[in-house]
Structure formats: C-alpha cells, structure tokens
Design a protein around this ligand. Structure first.
Ligand SMILES: Nc1nc2c(ncn2[C@@H]2O[C@H](COP(=O)(O)OP(=O)(O)OP(=O)(O)O)[C@@H](O)[C@H]2O)c(=O)[nH]1
Ligand SMILES: [Mg+2]
Length: 329
C-alpha cells in the first residue's frame, strides 16, 4: 500500500462522492497491518466520522450452506428496487484456505455485481491472532460515508463470529432451513438469544406443514428467553432466496423493527455500545499487532504455541508468560 499511496483527502473526497474504486482502496487501507497505513487509516476514519451513522446495519448469519449469500443477492436486489443503496461486506473465513469462496460468493451475487447502487466487498476474516473480521466495523463506517443506506454483513455460523457481528450491527438476522440437521438442535442457544429475526429459507423445497411446524418450534424456542428490554419481539419469516419469494414481509419486519427501536431509543443505545465494542476491539488488535511486530515477543509467542500444541505447556501459563514479557516492555 505504501507505494502509490493516495492522500487522505483524496480518499475522503472519493468516498464522499461514492467512488467505488476509492472506497475499495480505503477498505484495503484499514485492513492493512502496516504501521504507516494504520496511521493514515485512523486519520481517514476520523475525517469521515461526521458523515457516518445514517445507514441501517444488518448482520446475516446461519450455518454454512443455508443460503446466506443467495439471500443477500436476492434481498439486496429487492432493496435496490425500493431505491435503496446497498453495501455488502462478507466476512469470509474460508478465503484464507481455499480462496474459492469469494469467487463462489461473487457468482451467488450475480444479480448485484456491477450494479450502480451496490458495493460488494468480501474481506478476509483476520489472521492467526486477529479476531473475525476485526476491521469490518471500519469498513461499515466507510460505506456509510459513501452513502449506502443498508449495510449487510454476512458471517458464518461458527465460533464467535456472530457475537462480533452482533456488536457491529443494528439487527441480527439468522437464516435457517428445515431438515439437514439444521433444525432447532443445530442452532446454538447463544445465537437464539442474540437474533432479532429468523428467516426460514429454501421454502420452495419444503412441504408447507414442515415449514409451519418449524416456525412454531422456532417461535416457542425464541420465546423461552426473557423478553428483551425494549426490543421488538423477535419474528420468524420465511422465503425462497433462489426464487425471490417472501422478501416483502421480511422487509416490512425490518422497517417496523427500525421504527420501534428508534422510537424507544434502543437504537441509539445500541450504537453507543457499538462504539465501545469498536474501541475495545481496536485496542486488543493493537496489542496483538504490537506482539507480532516485536521480533522477540513474536518468537516467544510462536515458541509457546508449539509447546502448547505438543501439550508440553499449559496454555494459561503460556499466556501469562507472554503477558509478563509485555509488561516488561
Ligand atoms: N432451492 C433453493 N436453494 C437455495 C435457496 N437459497 C440458496 N440455495 C442454494 O443453497 C446453496 C448454498 O447457498 P449459499 O447462498 O452459498 O449459502 P451460504 O449460507 O452463503 O453458504 P456459505 O457462505 O458457504 O456458508 C446454493 O446451491 C444455493 O443455490 C433457496 O431459497 N432455494
Ligand atoms: Mg456465503
């Protein structure tokens, strides 16, 4: 990135005028691990912050293969037809391994690719140390400054990625399907507690009575959790992403949800929490970067990793050891 560096002002003006190439460059800048890029990235974020905050941030999660990308493709197109501008950020944990998934997503998003009011950005899900999509929030802000109304963040249903996406978005949508083991047992309790809307997808493949049974069991499972403070009641919708059926009621729910949370101030409180989580993530990131950039600390860390892997060192002790070295700095 250091070569051909664009000035912060150039990037800022490009973002504010919705130039997709410059928006992409800015996202690459915030994702960069180089110290000088990171300094410029915070300068840029600082300058575009006054232009952020106006979008609706929607997280989409669900087990692999339930149709998240297909849903986003179809629903994104639906939003475009409503005159919205849509940005899609895919947190893509498999890109590091296969490199194939981004390509896969691009083909799943065929309705959107190349359209004027859409921006699609698959991003790598962090490195060995980094958390999932640790700069996704910065990317959300950049997209907002570029004037996108809906920012959709796709994640996968594993590990902590939902928690991170929940911390960055105004609403978390869980996609599920009937059968294929992805029924109630397949959905972790923690996720059920977090979601604001569940969508049963691929209804073109399922018998009507199976759908309604799944819907009632999902509803009763969701209602097991205490009524969430001032949040609208969670709903279960259904759609066929492949055939673009069922989007209207999903959209209606989202609009209603948005109106309710804005009216009862939950929306603003959630945005405040998003800022605090952002600060904490950024801080943890900085510590991790600091360790990996310091040759001695990094070597100690890798050495400890090997010992832990071979079960020769207790992980907690190893962590304490590295932390101790950090305190000596
Ligand atoms: N019949 C039918 N197939 C669907 C529907 N939605 C998605 N699919 C298919 O399901 C498969 C997986 O879809 P994806 O959109 O890639 O699923 P994903 O959840 O994004 O998958 P990962 O990103 O790998 O976790 C593809 O073959 C889709 O064509 C639907 O509504 N009906
Ligand atoms: Mg996908």
């Amino acid at each position: 990135m250091a070569k051909n560096r664009l000035s912060t002002d150039h990037l800022k003006q490009g973002i504010l005028s919705s130039d997709k190439v410059l928006l992409s460059r800015a996202i690459t800048l915030v994702e960069s691990k180089s110290e000088s890029d990171q300094i410029q990235a915070s300068e840029l974020i600082n300058q575009i912050l006054p232009f952020t905050g106006k979008s609706f941030r929607l997280g989409v999660t669900g087990s692999p293969g339930v149709g998240k990308s297909t849903f986003i493709n179809g629903f994104g197109d639906f939003l475009l037809n409503k005159g919205k501008r849509v940005a899609i950020l895919a947190v893509d944990p498999s890109s590091k391994i296969s490199g194939g998934s981004i390509l896969g997503d691009k083909t799943r998003m065929e309705k959107l690719v190349g359209k004027a009011n859409v921006f699609i950005r698959p991003s790598p899900a962090g490195n060995e140390l980094g958390g999932v999509g640790h700069t996704t929030f910065e990317s959300i802000l950049l997209c907002e400054a570029a004037g996108y109304d809906f920012i959709i963040v796709e994640t996968v249903g594993v590990g902590q990625s939902e928690t991170v996406v929940k911390e960055m978005t105004d609403m978390l949508l869980l996609i599920t399907i009937a059968g294929a083991g992805d029924d109630l047992q397949g959905i972790k309790r923690g996720i059920m507690e977090m979601v604001d809307l569940v969508v049963i997808n691929k209804i073109d493949q399922i018998e009507k009575d199976v759908i309604s049974k799944l819907r009632s069991s999902l509803l009763s499972a969701l209602h097991l959790f205490p009524v969430r403070d001032r949040k609208p009641d969670v709903e279960v919708c259904q759609c066929s992403s492949l055939h673009s059926k069922g989007f209207e009621s999903i959209y209606d729910f989202i609009v209603q949800y948005q109106q309710n949370v804005i009216a009862n101030r939950h929306f603003d409180e959630n945005r405040s929490s998003q800022r605090v989580s952002w600060m904490r993530r950024a801080f943890v990131n900085m510590v991790e970067n600091f360790v990996t950039k310091d040759k001695k600390l990094d070597a100690e860390l890798r050495n400890s990793e090997e010992l832990v892997r071979a079960n020769k060192l207790n992980p907690l002790e190893a962590a304490r050891h590295i932390f101790g070295l950090l305190k000596l700095q």
